[in-house]
Design a protein around this ligand. Structure first.
Ligand SMILES: [Mg+2]
Ligand SMILES: [Zn+2]
Length: 223
């Protein structure tokens, strides 16, 4: 499971769209999320409704956003090892798919919030992967998605990855997720980018989809 914003994409795509196209109230909503008053789902639903932009304008903005140049190579290498790479994001599905397609990765499964365009200049968000039981109150509950898989390698950088980091079998962490893992005592490997993640694949069992009774407990193995 790979996070998108800040992990695959170098910037936060939602913030890039909001700062360019949203009415200025989006920042006050962001501050309420930062203070913990609201979850990311409530925050983004309100913010996306403040965007005033045509589809062409949004597409042009998305087409200017860079990704980690090592990500396509990481995907190829992980898939060669039998891993089912998927993007699991609390960001915007339309944006993620468009950016990935530009890098020849349009076939990667993406689970994220759904960005809907009204045909003119209005935008809305809904969250098909939300889980009311998740304390994180995210739009996409990554821990609920992870529970559907036998073995999970989570690669992420930020707050939307906190809920899943505690239950994933392996965590490759960058930025804010590193300090979260340290605070919470979650075994992890630190990465700067996907070239590090690619090199660390050698530390994992050959086929992540299989069970590895000989490698228990994996957390000790990684620590
Ligand atoms: Mg992120
Ligand atoms: Zn969750």
């Amino acid at each position: 499971m790979c996070d998108f914003d800040g992990t695959i994409a170098l910037d936060d795509v939602t913030d890039a769209l909001l700062s360019r196209f949203a009415l200025p109230e989006w920042e006050a909503i962001e501050a309420r999320w930062r203070d913990g008053a609201i979850g990311s789902r409530e925050c983004m639903t309100a913010q996306i409704a403040l965007i005033d932009a045509s589809l062409d304008e949004v597409d042009a903005a998305l087409d200017a956003l860079p990704i980690d140049p090592a990500f396509p190579g990481f995907v190829a290498e992980a898939q060669r090892r039998g891993m089912a790479v998927q993007v699991v994001s609390d960001g915007l599905d339309y944006a993620i798919r468009r950016i990935l397609a530009r890098h020849g990765l349009g076939d990667l499964p993406v689970r994220a919030n759904r960005l809907l365009h009204d045909g003119e200049r209005g935008w809305q968000l809904n969250s098909p992967h939300a889980d009311v039981a998740c304390a994180a109150a995210s739009g996409t509950c990554k821990c609920a998605i992870a529970r559907g898989h036998e073995k999970v390698l989570m690669i992420g950088d930020g707050q939307s990855d906190f809920c899943v980091a505690g239950i994933a079998d392996y965590v490759f962490a960058k930025k804010k997720l590193i300090s979260h893992c340290r605070r919470a005592g979650i075994p992890h490997r630190t990465i700067v980018d996907f070239s590090d993640a690619c090199a660390l694949l050698d530390t994992l069992p050959e086929r992540l989809g299989d069970t590895f009774p000989e490698l228990f407990p994996l957390r000790v193995h990684l620590a």
